[in-house]
Write a protein that binds this ligand. Structure first.
Ligand code: 5AD
Ligand code: SF4
Length: 496
């Protein structure tokens, strides 16, 4: 296929006549999708091939789900997905929970600029948590003028409308006279939840489902409440409707997403607890596995433990962030539980669901952390014996209360503690791995094995990885697998 040579020639759009923009959502966004589709058609004609996109996602499951929403809209308006960042529209969905996440984005923007210089069709978009920080947007405006579109976490539902504005600002005759102009739309907060927009799932058989947005906890180290806004729960009927649709579409596993799922439903007109929501979701035929993330220990109720105990579908895995084992540090962190409460909770959960896998998040080097405080963390790690743990070096986030606390810990001290913790966590994980060897358990087959084409890879209810001989047609199915052997952190098995 021959392709026109367009390098250096700036594309221009014939601007659509917008006369009846709907006032309500999601109709308004579907209207803009139609306009964007027409713009894409014009640009593709000029380019001589379809325009491509690439979305890079940083950070958590929440961002991964948001990216599926971005992809849903991009595909709906006619962009074609491209594996590499040499695409006509590259979007970074950013994370800002730790400082190094920000630095990574700046580094990669320079590299994207190189591609853009060679491709006059190329647009660069930035969204996600990092864009909710005014200093970041200022820096991009100053030093990264080539970025075409910036938006935040609260108005992602407006993506179609923003694409239309960005295309017009970048490729209209007006823009041609003024050089590329940035389209920026950041909201400080929102109470809005827009339903029924397109989503393109990464996996056919499993899906994230947002049940709530934002966080009200203000842990003193954490930037999330500032960039994701106040807590708001989706209506249960909307959640159930989405889950039913997913089930009808072949999804067998769902992951309920929220910054603190245990406080689900508090702000609804008709309040509902997370435990009650789970019981409703359990009733949806076709859904075989239910996961959720993240649980705050302070809000984990006895009712929830009871529901987990009696459920046939809730997976035997609980991610329960500890952050620190020292009650003194937990108080400074504003976590609103102490070491004793956390350990009691773990006992209760294990008594109710004996074979549950427990995982956690731990921060090392919070301001004021003494050797004794750190030993308390090590003590909890040894007592709980986590199946795995994410360990983080404390990162100072401007605007959070912890950033201005006295007694920030020197880097070398943190590093030494971090290494000790990591070693302990890994030793325990290794000792615990393999506990299920010899048993036959259901495995959801997720993908072909990357190294060995004769194998497929899946997960147990407790989230452990299993490899077994199999073929691609098994993907998305739950099969009974005999766990023959444990190698490090995964099992080798055979389907029965
Ligand atoms: N520094 C280090 N780790 C952090 N986390 C959140 N904020 C910070 C920070 N400022 C960690 C917490 C949280 C996980 C998602 O990221 O452990 O549970
Ligand atoms: Fe951050 Fe705490 Fe909210 Fe989790 S619960 S997002 S750590 S403020």
């Amino acid at each position: 296929m021959s392709q026109k040579v367009t390098t250096g020639v700036r594309p221009t759009l014939r601007i659509a006549d917008k006369n009846q923009i709907p006032a309500t959502e999601p109709e308004r966004q579907y209207y803009f999708m139609d306009i964007a589709k027409e713009y894409l058609r014009q640009l593709s004609e000029e380019k001589g091939s379809p325009l491509t996109f690439h979305v890079s996602t940083f950070g958590c499951q929440m961002n991964a789900r948001d990216s599926e929403k971005l992809v849903g809209i991009l595909e709906k308006i006619g962009y074609v997905e491209e594996d590499s960042e040499e695409a006509d529209f590259v979007i970074y969905n950013t994370c800002t929970v730790r400082e190094n996440a920000n630095n990574k984005v700046y580094g990669r923007l320079g590299y994207l600029n190189g591609f853009q210089k060679k491709n006059p069709f190329m647009m660069i978009g930035l969204c996600g948590c990092m864009m909710q920080e005014p200093t970041v947007v200022e820096k991009i405006k100053q030093s990264y003028r080539f970025v075409n579109l910036i938006f935040g976490t609260h108005n992602i539902y407006k993506f179609a409308e923003l694409i239309v504005t960005a295309l017009e600002n970048s490729y209209s005759e007006h823009a041609a006279g003024h050089g590329t102009s940035m389209t920026i739309d950041i909201w400080k907060d929102t109470d809005k939840i827009v339903e029924d927009l397109p989503v393109e799932r990464k996996y056919s058989f499993k899906s994230g489902v947002n049940i709530m947005f934002g966080c009200n906890n203000f842990c003193s180290y954490c930037i999330v409440p500032y960039v994701r806004g106040r807590e708001r729960s989706r209506e249960p009927k909307e959640i159930i409707r989405e889950v039913e649709r997913l089930a009808a579409d072949g999804v067998v596993e769902i992951m309920l997403l929220g910054q603190n799922v245990n406080s689900y439903g508090k702000n609804l007109e008709q309040p509902m607890t997370f435990a009650q929501l789970l019981q409703e979701i359990e009733k949806v035929d076709g859904i075989e596995r239910i996961r959720f993330m993240t649980s705050h220990p302070k809000d984990l109720s006895d009712d929830l433990i009871e529901v987990m105990k009696n459920s046939k579908k809730i997976c035997k895995h609980l991610h329960l962030p500890l952050q620190s084992g020292s009650s003194r540090i937990l108080k400074l962190m504003n976590r609103r539980y102490d070491k004793e409460h956390y350990l009691e909770l773990v006992d209760k959960i294990r008594a109710a669901v004996p074979d549950i896998a427990l995982t956690t998040d731990i921060i090392v080097g919070f301001p004021g952390e003494t050797e004794e405080d750190f030993e308390e963390t090590m003590d909890v790690v040894r007592k709980v014996r986590y199946d795995s743990a994410f360990t983080f070096i404390y990162s100072k986030r401007t605007g959070t209360p912890a950033a201005v606390m006295e007694d920030q810990i020197p880097e070398d001290v943190i590093k030494a503690r971090f290494d000790r913790l990591l070693k302990e966590v890994q030793t325990i994980s290794a000792e615990k791995a393999g506990a299920l060897t010899g048993q036959t358990l259901p495995v959801l087959i997720e993908e072909k094995n990357e190294q060995d084409a004769s194998l497929v890879t899946g997960r147990l209810s407790n989230n452990s990885v299993v490899h077994l001989p199999g073929t691609e047609d098994m993907i998305g199915k739950i099969v009974d697998v005999k766990l023959l052997e444990c190698k490090g952190f995964y099992y080798m098995g055979e389907s029965i």
